[in-house]
Write a protein that binds this ligand. Sequence first.
Ligand code: NAD
Ligand code: IPM
Ligand code: MN
Length: 349
Amino acid sequence: TRTIDLAVIAGDGIGQEVVAEGLKVLDAALTDVTVRTTPYDLGAARWHRTGETLTDEDLAAIRQHDAILLGAVGDPGVPSGVLERGLLLRLRFELDHYVNLRPSKLFPGVSTPLAEPGEIDFVVVREGTEGPYVGNGGAIRVGTPHEVANEVSVNTAFGVERVVRDAFARAAARPRKKLTLVHKHNVLVHAGHLWRRTVERVNAEFPDVTVDYLHVDAAMIFLVTNPARFDVIVTDNLFGDIVTDLAAAVTGGIGLAASGNVNPDGTAPSMFEPVHGSAPDIAGQGKADPTATVLSVALLLEHLGLGDAAARVERAVAADIAARGTTPRTTSEVGDALAAAVAEAQPVS
Ligand code: NAD
Ligand code: IPM
Ligand code: MN
């Protein structure tokens, strides 16, 4: 039987709680596949103990796995940015996760703040290795009235083209075949025009994909007034971060939003994680919704070619969401219910 070698980075805050549930569901979803999980002690606790975020040895070990499941990173007791940059972004950059895949789907029965949501089913292809995230910047005269702080957005022809091509391929494989570039080329003229030209050029390789462009501010209007217009959105690292939290909010909340940090070339393991963070405001209370992590497990299964198992997980989530009442459930109650539903959906052998 096939064995999947999974690196598990539960991380901080609710990361620990939601990953435990994700692993329960993963176990329940697999019949003739074995999962071997290796936990990695990374995050705030490790940093407090050793001062380390992610060592070269950690990285080399993580590279050997088939995939990575991550919970969340970040803690109020650690200076902001230390873990986010030193751990999470370092993983995305070093493992070349240039496609940050963030699907948004409004499941039937989910409560949304939108009065007339329509059918929401789109996917954001967020660039994952460039933009203002690269750390190309600096500050002088820090703390003085004359402080200057720069964060340069780095956009390379190579980096933009590979993510745009991936987004086109995804659009071409979907029924509506529509790609929306979200940027701000009326102001960010250097990066914006590189993105625009790249989309125009790559469109020639995918002639049946319809291309659309929106400035990011206007895109926020349509995400609220007419989210059904979106099919595939391609955008840069920072815009994609912001767009996907709003996308989560309109499709039932951040507790449902899943993501994959994908290395489409297979040169390193891809990493799956909920869109949300470590939620210090509810950590340790059993209040976190593990569904986003469970749906990230479905993305992981799909990525590893286990589409049937992924579909069973998605169906179990859809059924669970549709049946949700107003009585709050604990993190593990939701996880147990989802694991049981997935196990029940097994083909009888
Ligand atoms: P957050 O996503 O952690 O929390 C925002 C709000 O959403 C909070 O009110 C929280 O309680 C709620 N929430 C989040 N996940 C939930 C869930 N599963 N169920 C129910 N409610 C949920 O964002 P934040 O507060 O801006 O950041 C907190 C920390 O997490 C920071 O250190 C930040 O850097 C980090 N962060 C990490 C990641 C990641 O690891 N990928 C993502 C975002 C933020
Ligand atoms: C996310 C998070 C991260 C990001 C942070 C914690 C680095 O907000 O995964 O959406 O901005 O990508
Ligand atoms: Mn984010």
